[in-house]
Write a protein that binds this ligand. Structure first.
Ligand code: HEC
Length: 150
């Protein structure tokens, strides 16, 4: 009885050590993409020369405050939704474009019209990193294409 408990304990410790030491390449790559996406979101101005009132370069986080986790604000003070469920509610009908758009198209639109920068190409690593970051924000949110931003 005592022996079997020890065996279970040793087994559990060995399992914990191997899973931490050898995290799968897939999970490492994904968490790196999320981290790179967060970095891009907070620092990249996509070649734009726009600056905010404090003279800082414009980035996604100029409008989407706290990494997009809370309600954002445009430079003129107008409120915009948080990005906490964005990755769960696209594709969506865009009334201005009169068509259904994907998350990638929304991101490119924000870079072109919000940042006045050069948008990342569809399928590029930068796009994959940004989409991974937005996906990480939306973890556990209800998936509902065409749904309302929170
Ligand atoms: C100048 C301000 C501004 C900047 C900079 C900006 N955005 Fe936006 N973003 C908006 C506004 C306003 C909306 C909501 C209206 C709309 O759909 O255009 C929005 C909406 C979004 C949405 C859709 C949210 C939803 O659930 O409806 C996503 C995703 C998004 N932005 C991502 C980004 C990313 C990523 C960047 C940086 C590459 C970025 N934005 C930069 C102003 C901005």
């Amino acid at each position: 009885m005592k022996n079997s408990r020890i065996t279970i304990l040793v087994g559990a410790v060995a399992f914990a050590v191997t899973t931490t030491a050898f995290a799968s390449p897939a999970s490492v790559a994904l968490s790196q993409a999320v981290q790179k996406g967060a970095h891009i979101f907070n620092t990249d101005s996509f070649g734009s020369h726009e600056r905010n009132a404090r003279g800082q370069h414009t980035t996604c986080s100029t409008c989407h405050i706290d990494g997009g986790r809370v309600m954002g604000r445009l430079p003129n003070g107008k409120r915009i939704p948080s990005l906490v469920n964005a990755a769960a509610i696209f594709p969506r009908y865009n009334p201005k474009m009169h068509k259904v758009i994907t998350l990638e198209t929304q991101i490119r639109g924000c870079v072109m019209n919000g940042l006045l920068g050069h948008p990342p190409a569809y399928g590029s690593q930068t796009m994959a990193d940004l989409v991974s970051y937005l996906g990480s924000l939306a973890h556990g949110q209800r998936v509902m294409i065409g749904g309302k931003p929170r």
